[in-house]
Ligand binder design. Structure first.
Ligand code: HEM
Length: 428
């Protein structure tokens, strides 16, 4: 997934809107991370498709995003339509999130064979007991009362352990791939072009090292499958054959990073939103069967994947009354669409009972989230375990500090206090 918040280099482009660019700059400013929604509203209310000074088109309207991500002339391949670039970077095939059909579809199918229906039907649901056990153990490690940083103690370790288990990555290697993952998706802010170049070099090196690490794990499993996704990919005997080694590595890097960075933010954003709405939290505690609706509303209102900056127009494409010109980058703001008043009534309101739940929190079109069933299960179990066991739980700081990345948004820490932890055995 391209999660770089850096605008593309270059001079301001004729026709770019200075007002939209200024609002976008404020969006990128970390000081506004705690509440980007008024900025989205300003952009969307002015025009749901706007051109920024660097030439990218920013889409903030719900219908406009759906049109763009379903248009075959809007590509996800950064090299499509370019004959001046030979390959995708540090020696790896681009992951399928950065590919167009037919390669995207083949790689996604080959991966899904080991993750979900029809070949692996029931697999995600079979993880329920493990996820619950892991969540329970993490809460058991909280102090008997007092405060914890929910990100560090719970929201981060749970999805990391689960995606490790899915892939076949040992838990004890977490510090190694966490460092690589941070260099790739959340580098520190560069203050000079030289620094930006150095950080880009570090990200490429981290990608290579993470790739080599996963290639080694896959080789160990060749001929001796261990029931995990890496084993499935390396020993695949399906009709389309196994992926190439390079495809397998870029796929597993994407799953390892995409599989936890987003869900960490989802659990933290979800807990924060529920604690801000005690009446809805009480309703959920009284009737836990409402959790699936609560989850969808949390994902609509506070989506971790705020903006995806990867699409490129292969031809001129008319969206509303704006022509997205050939060769332009297209940035889709899922989080702005999720609060588009033309689509959702009273969009800033947290309302788990709303009937309209067709949010774009998991994206849309052919690149809609591959891991959504796992993310749904993990987050729902996490929030259910947390709020059924912690008594008298409150936010210590609101708003909490936020991570730097504006595109994958979530708190960097979330301190909560609680009076007591109920034993897991008393949870029905
Ligand atoms: C709440 C947690 C999650 C959120 C909010 C989320 C969000 C998204 C979004 C918005 C996209 C579309 C990106 C685009 O259009 O380029 C996407 C794609 C993707 N996600 Fe997730 N994701 C989550 C969890 C996961 C998990 C757990 C996994 C892996 C197990 C995963 C793997 C992927 C992959 C592989 C794609 C690319 C799909 C394709 O190109 O066909 N995601 N996700």
């Amino acid at each position: 997934m391209n999660t770089s918040p850096e605008p593309r280099p270059g001079c301001p482009v004729a026709g770019g809107s200075p007002a939209a660019s200024a609002t976008w700059d404020r969006f990128l400013d970390h000081d506004n991370r705690y509440d980007p929604y008024p900025l989205y509203a300003r952009l969307r209310d002015t025009a749901p498709v706007q051109r920024l000074d660097d030439g990218a088109f920013l889409i903030t309207g719900y219908d406009e995003i759906l049109q763009v991500v379903h248009d075959p002339h809007i590509s996800s391949d950064p090299l499509a339509g370019r004959d001046d670039v030979a390959d995708a970077g540090p020696g790896l095939t681009a992951a399928f999130v950065m590919q167009d059909p037919p390669v995207h579809d083949r790689l996604r199918r080959q991966t899904m064979r080991h993750f979900g229906p029809p070949h692996h039907a029931g697999y995600i649901d079979s993880l329920r007991a493990d996820i619950t056990r892991t969540a329970t153990a993490l809460i058991d490690a909280f102090p008997a009362s007092g405060t914890v940083d929910l990100v560090e103690a719970f929201a981060y370790p749970l999805p990391v352990m689960m995606i490790c288990d899915v892939l076949g990555v040992p838990h004890e290697d977490e510090p190694r791939f966490h460092a690589w993952s941070m260099a790739i998706i959340a580098p520190p802010e560069a203050t000079t072009p030289e620094e930006a170049e150095a950080l880009q070099g570090e990200a490429s090196a981290a990608t290579r090292e993470l790739g080599a690490y996963l290639a080694h794990l896959a080789e160990v499993r060749r001929g001796t499958p261990q029931g995990d996704l890496l084993s499935g990919l390396v020993n695949d005997d399906g009709a389309e054959g196994p992926m190439s080694a390079s495809e397998m590595i870029s796929t597993t890097i994407m799953l390892l990073i995409g599989g936890h960075e987003t869900t960490v933010n989802m659990i933290a954003n979800g807990a924060l939103t529920l604690l801000r709405h005690p009446e809805e939290l009480d309703r959920l505690r009284t009737d836990p069967s409402t959790m699936p609706r609560v989850f969808e509303e949390l994902l609509r209102l506070e989506p971790p994947a705020q903006v995806t900056p990867k699409y490129i127009a292969l031809e001129d494409v008319l969206v509303g009354d704006v022509t997205i010109t050939r060769g332009s980058p297209v940035w889709v703001a899922w989080a702005a669409a999720n609060r588009d008043p033309r689509h959702f009534a009273d969009p800033d309101r947290f309302d788990p009972l709303r009937e309209n739940r067709d949010h774009l929190g998991f994206g849309a079109g052919i690149h809609a989230c591959f891991g959504a069933p796992l993310a749904r299960l993990e987050t729902q179990i996490a929030l259910a375990e947390l709020f059924s066991r912690l008594v008298d739980v409150r936010l210590v700081e609101d708003p909490p500090p936020y991570r730097r990345n504006p595109l994958l948004r979530g708190p960097s820490r979330l301190d909560i206090s609680f009076g007591r932890v109920l034993p897991a055995a008393t949870v029905s």
